[in-house]
Write a protein that binds this ligand. Structure first.
Ligand code: PLP
Length: 426
C-alpha cells in the first residue's frame, strides 16, 4: 500500500520531537508554482509559500535550471576554503539593491536566525557596545540570541532558561499603542535600564511577520533613525519575511524612505534553497576581523546560484508590480467579507503589497480579536485544499503569502476557499 498522510503522521510522532510543529497534516509529494500535491495525490493551492520563501513560486524553471547547472559543477567547497564567483556576484547585486545610500557589502549565511544574529554581531563589533533593542511581537528566529530578540514568550522563549542578556523590548505601535507611547518607553528604557551609549543596535521588522503583519509606522522608523544617529546606534531592518518584492518594493523599509545601517535577509532570496545574508554599510561590515563571521554552509553554491536566478525573475517578471496588483486583488475581495453577517466576523485587510492579513474578530461590530481561532480557519482551509497560515500575537490573524508568480485564477481559487471556510465556521 502506498504511503498515506496518516502513516507519516504516526511515524513522525514516533521519530520527531513535538517541538517542531507543523501547521498542516499534509505531507508534500511535489509542488509547482503555487500548487502542492500531497503523498495521496491530493492537490492544494499554496497560500503559505513555505512561510514567505517562495515569492517566485515552487520550482521556478529559471531557478531549477541554474541550480541544475551548478549541481553539474560542484555542490560545496566552503566559501572559507575555496570561494566561488556566484557568491561574489550575488553580493554585488545585493549591494546595488541595498536600501541605503553609500557603499554596501554583503555576507551570506543559511537561515534567517543566523542573519539577524550576525547583524547584531556586526553592530556590536562596530560600536564596541552590547545592548540590543527589539519590539514586542517581533520575530527574529529561534537560536538563543534570536529568541532573546523575539518579542513573544510562548512558544519561543519560556522553556529555554536564561537568554542572552542586554536585549530589551519596546511596545510595537498598534490599536492601543501609539508611536509616542513606543518612543516614551524608549526614553524610560534609556533612563532605567541601559544608557543609549551602551546600545549597539535597534532591530525592527518593517512589517512584523509572525507578529501579525503589522506595518511599522513611518514616523516610528524616522524617529528611530534620528535616535540612532544621535547616539551612534545601528539600525537593523529585519527583512527576512518582507524582502524581495513581497511588500510591493524590493525591501519593506523602502516604503518609509528610512535608510537602515544593516539589513537581514533570507527566505525568498534563495527561492527554496537555504540562504540568508546581511547587507550593510561597507565600513560597518568590515569591522569584524577575518574569521569572525561565516559558517561551513554559509552562502552555499547551490543557494547562491538559485538566488541569482531569483533576482533575475523578480526583475524580468516584474514581481514588484505583481505584488501590488495581487495585494489589491486580495484586499478588494477580503473587504467584501467584512460586513457579511453570514461569515465569521473579520477585520479590514491590512498589509503592504502582497503581504496581506486580516483578523478573526470576537463578534460582528467588535474590534476584539478572537484569540487562538485563526488555526481553526487554517485547518478547515486545508481540508478544502488550501494551505493557509495564521500569525499574530493572539493567534487570531490569517496571513496570505501567495507566490507572486501565481495567476489571478489561483489567487481567486484560494480566496473562494477562505470564503467557504468563513461561512462554514460562522
Ligand atoms: C522577520 C524574521 N526574522 C527572522 C526569522 C527567522 O528565520 P529562520 O526561521 O530562517 O531562522 C523569521 C522567520 O520566520 C522572520 O520572519
Amino acid at each position: 500500500m502506498s504511503t498515506t498522510n496518516q502513516d507519516l503522521l504516526t511515524r513522525r510522532a514516533n521519530a520527531v520531537p513535538r517541538g517542531v510543529a507543523t501547521a498542516t497534516p499534509v505531507f508534500a509529494d511535489r509542488a509547482e508554482n503555487a500548487e502542492l500535491w500531497d503523498v495521496e495525490g491530493r492537490r492544494y493551492v499554496d497560500f503559505a509559500g513555505g512561510i514567505a520563501v517562495l515569492n517566485v513560486g515552487h520550482r521556478h524553471p529559471k531557478v531549477m535550471a541554474t541550480v541544475k547547472a551548478q549541481l553539474e559543477r560542484f555542490t560545496h567547497t566552503a566559501f572559507q576554503v575555496s570561494a566561488y564567483e556566484s557568491y561574489i556576484e550575488l553580493a554585488e547585486k545585493l549591494n546595488a539593491l541595498a536600501p541605503f545610500s553609500g557603499p554596501a557589502k554583503t555576507i551570506f549565511f543559511s537561515t534567517g536566525g543566523e542573519a539577524t544574529e550576525n547583524a547584531v554581531k556586526i553592530a556590536r563589533a562596530a560600536t564596541g557596545r552590547n545592548g540590543v533593542i527589539a519590539f514586542c511581537g517581533g520575530f527574529h528566529g529561534r537560536t538563543l540570541l534570536a529568541s532573546a530578540m523575539t518579542g513573544k514568550v510562548l512558544p519561543y522563549k519560556a522553556p529555554f532558561g536564561t537568554l542572552p542578556g542586554q536585549v530589551y523590548h519596546l511596545p510595537f505601535p498598534d490599536a492601543d499603542v501609539t508611536v509616542e507611547d513606543s518612543l516614551k518607553m524608549l526614553n524610560f528604557l534609556f533612563a532605567s535600564d541601559i544608557g543609549p551609549e551602551q546600545v549597539a543596535a535597534i532591530i525592527i521588522e518593517p512589517v512584523q511577520g509572525e507578529g501579525g503583519f503589522r506595518t511599522a509606522p513611518t514616523e516610528l522608523l524616522k524617529q528611530l533613525r534620528a535616535i540612532c544617529d544621535q547616539h551612534g546606534i545601528k539600525l537593523i531592518a529585519d527583512e527576512v519575511q518582507t524582502g524581495f518584492a513581497r511588500t510591493g518594493k524590493m525591501f519593506g523599509i523602502e516604503h518609509s524612505g528610512v535608510e537602515p545601517d544593516l539589513v537581514s535577509v533570507a527566505k525568498s532570496l534563495g527561492g527554496g534553497m537555504p540562504l540568508s545574508g546581511v547587507i550593510g554599510r561597507a565600513d560597518l561590515m568590515d569591522s569584524v576581523p577575518p574569521g569572525g563571521l561565516g559558517g561551513t554552509y554559509a552562502g552555499a553554491p547551490l543557494a547562491c546560484a538559485a538566488a541569482l536566478a531569483v533576482l533575475d525573475v523578480i526583475e524580468e517578471e516584474k514581481l514588484i508590480d505583481r505584488a501590488n496588483s495581487m495585494g489589491e486583488r486580495l484586499k478588494a475581495r477580503i473587504s467584501t467579507w467584512q460586513n457579511r453577517k453570514d461569515l465569521l466576523p473579520i477585520s479590514a485587510p491590512r498589509g503592504l503589497g502582497a503581504m496581506i492579513a486580516f483578523d478573526i474578530l470576537d463578534g460582528h461590530g467588535s474590534t476584539e480579536q478572537r484569540a487562538g481561532f485563526a488555526s481553526a480557519v487554517c485547518a478547515k482551509a486545508c481540508e478544502k485544499g488550501l494551505i493557509l497560515l495564521s500569525c499574530g500575537v493572539k493567534g487570531a490573524t490569517i496571513r496570505i503569502l501567495t507566490p507572486l508568480t501565481a495567476s489571478d485564477a489561483i489567487v481567486d481559487e484560494g480566496l473562494d476557499i477562505i470564503e467557504q471556510v468563513l461561512a462554514e465556521l460562522a
